[in-house]
Design a protein around this ligand. Structure first.
Ligand SMILES: Nc1ncnc2c1ncn2[C@@H]1O[C@H](COP(=O)(O)OP(=O)(O)OP(=O)(O)O)[C@@H](O)[C@H]1O
Ligand SMILES: [Zn+2]
Length: 477
């Protein structure tokens, strides 16, 4: 069985992924606050988790993976939007959820197993807050309930900061009723025209952080495997989720692996609604850019690195897809055949492709591997794509795509070149086994000078042509 390795923010290390229960692998992703169309940055965590979801399903079986992504449908930004538009809050949230589904469907993201809405879990939030007060981790003050950060010794462990550092570095809301400036709101009072629910602390509404803790607990239990989101959520949101959940359920572990994606940027700055430097997924789709092109661009950078959307990347992804479709078409694969094969579950992921992807979701490495398969004109192996990154199934009208025959773009890897690289890697492995380090270094130098990128996956070397790939430097051809 392929072992997945993940960079765990909690340990700051890449670790082997070992599920708590291989028959029920569980993960939670913080979903959108629903008051506006998702921008392209917002798509990134959902696409990264889609790849992880598909990989887990491939390895553990589709029935054995539970993926929860919530909708935050109670929030002051939603109230403000509804008030400004003179519309009902429920209309705004329902419309935005519909948009989110349509946009992410167009990008080929599978729907999660559960998509809880915060407003449907108010009872669980009230129960959790009551429990936190009873255990002296929270207190009531002036109609608010606050979490007492000093009651949890490990507060700050995820982001590696002390409470004093946080106070110095964060824009914390100073309020007279807080015992410590870092104490955060679990419940707050609601006035007229703002959504609210009856509670032991009066009519009010939950704070944002408690929503995720309560929904994750209800659907995934005291301990589950993976929790994620953009790295802008690491502090304070995830730090606060951990504090609430660890204190309410001290015998559980909450989440074992924390995965954070880096930001999609515009000219060096995070794409965000508040900076106004954003464009939506729908803007791109409306410009006629196919969802699978957007998907390929987004997966072309490892999730742990910042990235930009550029026109050059768009056109390169477009060319790549047309070339791959051209190769499949040339071998008699059509959209119906692809769909039928997928439905039968007959597509076998190429083991090397899966190995690269399992190495901390190395999507650029997996894409490079597909370039090799495409150049080798091995359509059945190329179809391994469907399991890991799944885009081919998105095509609606194949006949309308101007197909390329495979010669126009991409690194120059012929079967003979691939065989030569494989032979060099075998020679390097043999030299290492014989402790002939000089020979092993010589072979490595040849590979480096030819621009071959070698990755070791579970002791097994895999390779892909790097950006400066030059087959003529490989010798022996
Ligand atoms: N530029 C970005 N790149 C990658 N992920 C992002 C980016 N902006 C937001 N996210 C992620 O999108 C998800 C949804 O977040 P949410 O709906 O709360 O966005 P938001 O905070 O309203 O957006 P913004 O930050 O633009 O105001 C979160 O996991 C968040 O980390
Ligand atoms: Zn959350």
């Amino acid at each position: 069985m392929t072992t997945i390795r993940l960079h765990n923010t909690k340990s700051r290390k890449r670790e082997d992924f070992v599920p708590i229960d291989a028959r029920n692998v569980r993960m939670y992703l913080c979903g959108p606050t629903v008051y506006d169309r998702a921008h392209l940055g917002n798509a990134r965590p959902s696409l990264v988790f889609d790849v992880l979801f598909r990989l887990l399903r491939q390895i553990y079986g589709a029935k054995h993976v539970t993926y929860v992504r919530n909708f935050t449908d109670v929030d002051d930004k939603i109230n403000a939007r509804a008030a400004a538009a003179g519309r009902a809050i429920g209309d705004i949230t329902a419309e935005t959820i519909g948009w989110y589904h349509a946009d992410l469907d167009a990008l080929g993201a599978l729907r999660p197993t559960h998509e809880p809405r915060a407003t449907q879990y108010i009872a669980q939030m009230i129960a959790m807050i009551t429990d936190l007060i009873a255990k002296n981790h929270a207190y009531e003050a002036e109609g608010h309930v606050l979490f007492a950060v000093e009651s949890y010794a490990e507060y700050g462990a995820l982001s590696g900061r002390s409470i004093d550092d946080m106070i110095a570095g964060a824009r914390v809301e100073i309020a007279p009723y807080k015992r410590n400036p870092m104490d955060f709101v679990l419940w707050k009072p609601s006035g007229d025209g703002v959504p609210g629910w009856d509670s032991p602390w009066g009519y009010g509404r939950p704070g944002w952080h408690i929503e995720c803790s309560a929904m994750a607990h209800d659907l995934l239990g005291d301990s589950f495997d993976i929790h994620g989101g953009g790295n802008d959520l690491q502090f304070p949101h995830h730090e606060n989720e951990i504090a609430q959940s660890a204190c309410a359920h001290p015998h559980g572990e909450f989440a074992r692996y924390w995965i954070h994606n880096e930001m999609l940027q515009v000219e060096g700055k995070k794409m965000s609604k508040s900076l106004g430097n954003f464009f939506t997924i729908r803007d791109l789709l409306d410009q006629g850019i196919p969802g699978e092109v957007i998907r390929l661009v987004m997966l072309g950078t490892h999730y742990g690195k910042t990235m930009d959307w550029t026109e050059a990347r768009r056109s390169e992804a477009d060319l790549t897809l047309r070339r791959w479709y051209g190769i499949l078409h040339g071998h008699g694969f059509g959209p119906d055949l692809i769909r039928a094969l997928k439905a039968d579950g007959k597509w076998q992921a190429d083991a090397e492709f899966l190995g690269v992807l399992a190495n901390d979701l190395n999507t650029p490495g997996a894409i490079a591997r597909l370039h090799v398969l495409a150049k080798g004109k091995t359509p059945t192996a190329l179809a391994g794509f469907a399991h890991g990154l799944d885009m081919l199934g998105l095509v609606r009208d194949w006949a309308a795509i101007p197909l390329l025959d495979g010669a126009e773009a991409g690194p120059d890897v012929t079967p003979a070149v691939a065989a030569r690289v494989d032979a060099l890697l075998a020679a390097r492995a043999a030299a290492r086994a014989a402790k002939d380090w000089a020979q092993a270094d010589d072979v490595r130098d040849i590979l480096t000078s030819a621009g071959v990128q070698v990755t070791d996956v579970g002791g097994q070397a895999t390779w892909s042509p790097g950006p400066d790939f030059d087959a003529s430097k490989l010798g022996g051809l």
